[in-house]
Design a protein around this ligand. Structure first.
Ligand SMILES: Cc1cc2nc3c(=O)[nH]c(=O)nc-3n(C[C@H](O)[C@H](O)[C@H](O)COP(=O)(O)O)c2cc1C
Length: 189
């Protein structure tokens, strides 16, 4: 089968917890990101940007997560908050895709947001094509104001996804998929 179709038909997410080194090196990551941002973008607005987390940056961000968790859940046991410290370290590389919309533009905000989703998907596919594994997560911290502040997100920015990229310690079995006939209908006037 055509290798691109094969890739699309077999792509599976590997859970961040099942990831390990190695992740993509500088050059590989550059290629993954170039694929990532080559997405449909109505109006050429570039309604997205990417924050990169590797090495020590992941633990430093873990400290932000611990503080944000504690602030939001003051009665939770300390051990629960501690889980957040290593949250990003499960994968060698994590890319935060930020949707950055231009409000009031003739291109609807919905379309601008969809373009950021396409970036996330392209990053998954490019990682997969390069022999790595990836997962698109949002988790609680995509929606937390303290975390948004620490990331210095702008007023019209929000997280579209945390793309975790690495190698797999175990590859998941296939996940049931809907039949084409369940999701496609012919339109009739
Ligand atoms: C926008 C978005 C956010 C997601 N966030 C999470 C998440 O926070 N936690 C999670 O377990 N899965 C999340 N997922 C689902 C996984 O990324 C993955 O798609 C799912 O486990 C199915 O695996 P598959 O990609 O092989 O079909 C999210 C998916 C999308 C599209």
């Amino acid at each position: 089968m055509n290798p691109t179709l094969q890739l699309l038909l077999t792509r599976r997410s590997v859970k961040a917890i099942d990831m390990m080194e190695p992740g993509p090196n500088e050059q590989e990551l550059d290629t993954i990101v170039r694929c990532g941002i080559r997405v449909p973008d109505h109006g050429k607005l570039g309604p997205w940007r990417i924050l990169r987390f590797r090495g020590d940056q992941r633990r430093a961000f873990g400290e932000v997560l611990v503080a944000a968790w504690k602030a939001a859940h003051p009665d939770d046991p300390e051990a629960r908050a501690e889980l957040e410290r290593v949250r990003l370290e499960r994968a060698p590389v994590v890319l935060a895709v930020i949707s950055r919309i231009t409000p009031g533009h003739k291109i609807p905000e919905w379309e601008q947001q969809l373009s950021a989703g396409a970036v996330c998907q392209n990053l998954l596919l490019a990682s997969h094509a390069m022999g790595f594994h990836a997962q698109w997560l949002t988790e609680w911290f995509s929606y937390d104001r303290t975390v948004a502040k620490a990331l210095r997100l702008g007023q019209h920015e929000r997280i579209a996804g945390w793309i975790h990229i690495g190698s797999a310690s175990s590859v998941p079995s296939e996940r049931p998929r809907p039949d084409v006939s369940d999701v496609v209908q012919d339109w009739h006037p």
